[in-house]
Write a protein that binds this ligand. Structure first.
Ligand code: NAD
Length: 375
């Protein structure tokens, strides 16, 4: 029997996203026909105990408390970075210099200058990259994009996007890496997803007018020390798209009661689409051409007609979930490493999102519109 060549993975960080990446790498080869056999080779965390626990739970062959062991291992082909944002650049540049492919969680780096350096290093080295904007892998998101592109909504006039959750709503919740003045804040953490979705659906954003607010100005860190918070708890922007449409986005991590409001609404001359991340297997479609008295949003439910849903489940309406989106993202990335497809969302795409985030912050400070040129 012909055996596939092996692709060995090293992963740095074993928290929320570490688990999602490990799940994605394990599931992807069961769900999809991939060009490689994936081996979970080595996992790193801050302590040996945490790394060992993750190695046992997720099935990595080796574990370490020093992520540089992953870089130095000649066996490892691809490095997953699921560590805090401030570490993304150092780990990615080291991995690229060692000739490894890099899959980095969003935001790509705290600052545009860092993201640019990482992008140029990866392109010069010719390694394949991926940034974790998994919501774009949702079959319903792909369907919405196709419907817009095929003219089912007519001319697109306006857009509303939001990513709101409430994990920072409690003023007593601790100061974390997400509050780091270099690159933290709700706009970078959640608004980045809203921006990625906006451009995925409608194409490039030309100009932004930002309005960002720090609402909870002080939090205690893990040691109980009070820390001043400078980053935004709520970041909003008015948008002008290059196709003439106008819109808004919001990133908000103090949205009491919201757990996963990654939502969008698109309004066109012939129809409209409404989506919420809290019901990620549904898309609501309104058609202006419906009979009088019969108008209204109708619900399209995800099913095998919306690839790659059918790879997971043969029956419609049974629903895929967050970890499945990560599995789709992993599979698309592995295909790109195998040369079968272009990289779906590479470092240059991640840099673009970082440019939008930084432009919105600057616009908010200056209280004026900013254009967002491609870097
Ligand atoms: P987390 O705190 O749950 O996990 C971070 C992990 O990194 C922890 O295990 C921590 O111990 C480890 N770590 C810290 N320093 C390290 C070091 N020097 N070496 C090795 N490991 C180290 O955080 P998270 O929520 O998983 O976020 C991690 C990244 O994932 C962030 O960049 C975040 O923005 C991103 N994220 C993306 C999504 C998404 O939907 N794509 C969702 C959540 C988080």
């Amino acid at each position: 029997m012909h055996s596939k060549s092996k692709l060995r993975v090293g992963m740095v960080g074993t928290g929320f996203m570490g688990k999602a990446h490990a799940f994605g790498f394990s599931a992807a080869q069961k769900v999809f026909d991939l060009p490689f056999e994936i081996i979970l080779e080595m996992v790193a965390d801050v302590t040996v105990e945490a790394a060992q626990r993750a190695a046992r739970a997720y099935g990595f062959n080796q574990f370490t408390a020093n992520w540089r062991d992953i870089i130095e291992s000649r066996e490892i082909d691809v490095v997953s970075i699921t560590a805090p944002n401030a570490l993304h650049k150092e780990i990615a540049l080291a991995a690229i210099a060692a000739g490894k492919h890099v899959y980095c969680e969003k935001p790509l780096a705290p600052l545009v200058a860092d993201a640019l350096e990482m992008t140029e290093a990866a392109e010069a080295a010719g390694v394949k990259t991926q940034v974790g904007f998994n919501y774009l892998c949702n079959p319903m998101m792909q369907l919405a994009r196709a419907m817009i592109a095929e003219g089912e909504l007519g001319e697109i006039r306006s857009y509303r996007g939001i990513h709101a959750e409430d994990y920072m709503a409690d003023a007593a919740s601790p100061y974390t890496f997400r509050h780091d003045p270099a690159g933290g804040g709700a706009l970078a953490d959640l608004g980045s997803h809203a921006l990625a979705t906006a451009e995925f659906l409608l194409g490039p954003i030309g100009d932004v007018l930002g309005d960002c607010h720090t609402v909870i100005g002080e939090r205690s860190d893990a040691s109980g020390t009070k820390r001043r918070v400078e980053v935004d708890d709520v970041g909003r922007a008015f948008l002008r798209f290059e196709n003439g449409a106008n819109g808004t986005i919001e990133g908000n991590w103090i949205a009491t009661g919201r757990k996963m409001q990654h939502d969008f609404e698109v309004y066109g001359t012939k129809g409209a689409l409404v989506y919420t991340g809290e019901r990620l297997n549904e898309l609501l479609f309104y058609e202006t051409g419906a009979k009088t008295g019969r108008q209204g949003f109708r619900r399209i439910e995800a099913g095998p007609d919306h690839p790659p849903y059918g790879q997971f489940i043969v029956a419609p309406g049974h629903q895929i979930g967050f970890n499945d989106l990560k599995t789709i993202e992993v599979a698309e990335y592995i295909r790109a490493i195998g040369g079968q497809t272009p990289e779906p969302f590479n470092f240059r795409d991640g840099l673009r999102i970082q440019t939008l985030v930084e432009s919105i912050h600057a616009s908010s400070r200056e209280r004026s519109w900013r254009s967002t040129p491609f870097t």
